[in-house]
Design a protein around this ligand. Structure first.
Ligand code: ATP
Ligand code: MG
Length: 408
């Protein structure tokens, strides 16, 4: 969910707009904030578009910083928020399929026409309380449609990332993708190969951390983009687990759920995780969490065959709830059964303090060696199972396990 911009943030945006207008520059709120205000009344940020050039903006707001002067974008701070203030522009050809080779400063209409989708191409005049719509965005918003501005084939060939943006907006708002736009996405899907992994990974992260992640996964598969994002075979299994996850599920949990929707065998699941790590440039933290969730899920799946110690170790993991949320999507009665058993196990402690540590073993005459760790873990298993309850029993058990190691 995008954070909602507090009311002060709108006030700050109006202050900037009024200052630009008083200096004679045509100025509006632009793009996503207009869409979000019409949809829900609460944008997460305000972008401002103006006829003022970067040098004019700098004169009016001397502290303004340039973020892409060649694109005419300045950052202006007002009332503790930072706003993008961008000069109306037209984009030149996109030979790198990512950025226009050049831009020319232009007027509001051309600035609307360079934007990606009609719902993202409107302006708002907050003083006159009017929407300025050169692209039919209002109607598409009412009809809940994501439609490319202009010729969809041309707009998608300019910037291939727009394919993913279309799916992201359609899933986030539960809109449909207009037929010609959807056809163009299908036709150009293979060109996603040329988009950087950073940009693809970031779009996928935004889609899969949104509540409507199931719709996004489905659309990606339906339009054939999964193949090129993940560089693996297209999949037509319904992404039911992804779709049923709780709203707050993390990115790693959603990735794990999607892997289980696509693969059944353990080796395929493992291979997909390491492939996705590379394809989506997952952070170490996301990948580590993903690997742990996959492993915990397998344990929870075979829960009844685990001993008490393994059950306690599994339940004590801080990612157990993530793995359990996937089980909940697969088999509700198994989920309820595990939850009930975890509540029982909690009574004797899921992760009690260890009765003994390495120093205790040394004091008991067990010399430092590579097996020390294994001895300690076996003793802890016995403690978790309740077969030993005090330090003396723990040391006796450690000595017995160590003797077995020596004999074997
Ligand atoms: P979000 O709430 O996800 O930030 P947004 O619509 O504000 O949605 P941004 O990526 O912040 O999206 O971009 C702001 C605006 O810039 C968009 O609404 C759109 O008008 C324009 N825009 C952004 N990316 C592109 C693109 N790749 N091609 C054309 N126009 C774009
Ligand atoms: Mg935005």
């Amino acid at each position: 969910m995008n954070p909602v911009c507090p009311i002060e943030c709108r006030k700050g945006a109006i202050e900037i707009l009024e200052k630009l207008r008083s200096a004679g520059f045509e100025t509006y709120f632009a793009g996503g904030c207009v869409r979000d205000r019409l949809l829900s009344g609460s944008p997460s940020e305000y972008d401002i578009a103006t006829s003022a050039r970067p040098e004019d903006i700098k004169k009016l707001f001397p502290k303004a910083r340039s973020v892409g002067e060649s694109f005419g974008v300045m950052l202006v701070r007002m009332q503790n928020s930072i706003y993008d203030v961008a000069t109306f522009r037209s984009d030149g050809p996109y030979s790198d399929k990512r950025h226009p080779d050049e831009i020319t400063f232009s007027d509001a209409k051309h600035d609307a026409l360079r934007r990606d989708f009609t719902i993202n191409g409107m302006f708002e005049d907050p003083i006159e309380e009017k929407i300025i719509d050169f692209v039919g965005g209002k109607e598409d918003l009412q009809n809940r449609i994501v439609r490319a501005i202009g010729d969809p084939n041309k707009r998608i060939s300019e910037d291939h990332l727009r394919m993913l943006r279309a799916i992201r907006f359609a899933s986030r708002f539960e809109f449909s993708i207009e037929t010609e736009t959807a056809n163009a996405i299908r036709e150009h899907s293979h060109e996603l190969r040329g988009v950087s992994r950073e940009r693809i990974g970031e779009e996928l992260r935004k889609m899969l951390t949104n509540t409507n992640r199931g719709v996004a996964a489905w659309e990606l598969q339906y339009l054939g983009l999964d193949r090129f994002i993940l560089e693996e075979e297209s999949c037509m299994n319904a992404p039911t687990r992804v779709g049923r996850l709780p709203a707050s599920a993390t990115y790693a949990t959603a990735l794990a759920a999607w892997i289980f929707d696509r693969y059944t065998s353990d080796s395929d699941v493992q291979a997909a995780a390491s492939n996705w790590r590379k394809r989506l440039l997952l952070s170490n933290k996301t990948y580590d969490d993903l690997s742990i969730i996959l492993e915990l899920h397998q344990k929870l799946y075979f829960w009844d065959s685990l001993g008490t110690a393994q059950q306690k170790r599994t339940s004590a993991s801080n990612l157990c709830n993530s793995a359990l949320s996937i089980i909940q999507c697969e088999d509700r009665s198994h989920f309820v059964h595990i939850r009930r058993e975890i509540l029982n196990l909690e009574r004797s402690g899921l992760a009690p303090e260890r009765l003994i540590n390495g120093n205790d073993l040394l004091e008991a005459g067990i010399p430092p060696s590579s097996v020390l760790g294994e001895v300690l873990e076996s003793v802890y298993d016995a403690q978790l199972e309740g077969s030993i309850t005090n330090r003396t029993q723990a040391i006796q058990l450690a000595q017995a396990i160590y003797r077995d190691f020596l004999d074997s």
